[in-house]
Design a protein around this ligand. Sequence first.
Ligand code: XIL
Length: 376
Amino acid sequence: MKLSKIYQLFFLAGGLGFFLSACSSALEPTTLKDGYAGKFLIGAAINTNISSGRDTASIRVLQEEFNSVSPENCMKSEVLQPEKGVFFFDDADQYVKFGEENKMAIIGHCLIWHSQAPHWFFTDENGKDVSREELIQRMKDHITTVVSRYKGKIKGWDVVNEAILDDGSWRESKFYQIIGEDFIKLAFEFARAADPDCELYYNDYSMANEGKRNGVVKMIQKIQEAGVKVDGIGMQGHCTLNFPDLNEFEKSLLAFSELGCQVNITELDLTVLPGYDPSVGADVAASQEYQQTLNPYAEGLPEEVANQLSARYTDLFKLFLKHHDKIDRVTLWGITDDASWRNDWPIKGRTDYALLFDRNHQPKPVVKELIKLVNN
Ligand code: XIL
């Protein structure tokens, strides 16, 4: 064969290769929800600025990148039932309608939680603790009213939030003090009766801690033995650049999956700010005083820290992908950095960079990396 012919063939093959790779990369997904389709849902917690339609810039990101929503605050009991028997459904109705219109998997959060619950829930007209029977009845009324209202519309409810402490013992909440351990089983039974087809979850923070892992496993086993089905366990996932230890996180994920429960990563975010105390977990009641030194990135995030954030999110998603058969959903606790609760917790008024989209609603470089992870 003449040398020129060889060159021609060489160029032809090269051109074909280039064409094929251009075609395949044109077919590769470019958004989070498309990239992770078939692996797990990609969710975001949304606030009422979004569900009311006001925050159009965030809505655009949500529609492009996510396929599930969680209500950041509007379905908590202090909002839904501020007074005994007086329900406020406007925001929750709007949230569910928004989720339906945008064809999202709609999550309910959360029915029974010691925090963001109205005071009347636990006390009588004299300000004393109500009886066990009364608190069970109140729990039943709340759960039945709320779950029935959205029957068939909500994919799954966080039925109980944060009942176990880091050492595996029970949190001394009013539910636990007045009703005892049974409150969890009862809550699941009431929810199941109100919507038999809805998925029901137990949700908690710092789930990578060995003590909490063992405590949650023991608690779930006990209610399973009583014949009550728990469809899923939510690992909140409020992280820092080095908390939690991902090996421990993986152990918990596997332990929960072995119980026969799907795992949901329900509240993923990642603070880059100093002063975080891991023993506090994501206890919303924790608060620290503001100090300038604890707010070092108010003018912008140094490249070095931005790279650490990318690497950490990548490691987390590598772990989620490894166990995608056990995970149903990964939900970020917000869409853009400006709307993250971490700017105000546990210290008010800081500038954090906890989410995947920045203050200008632009994807951070890591978003591309996360999509690449699945494409490869
Ligand atoms: C947070 C919200 O993001 C804040 O807006 C609110 O002030 C406090 O609650 N664990 C949970 C979530 O289960 O409901 C919490 O959400 C964050 C910690």
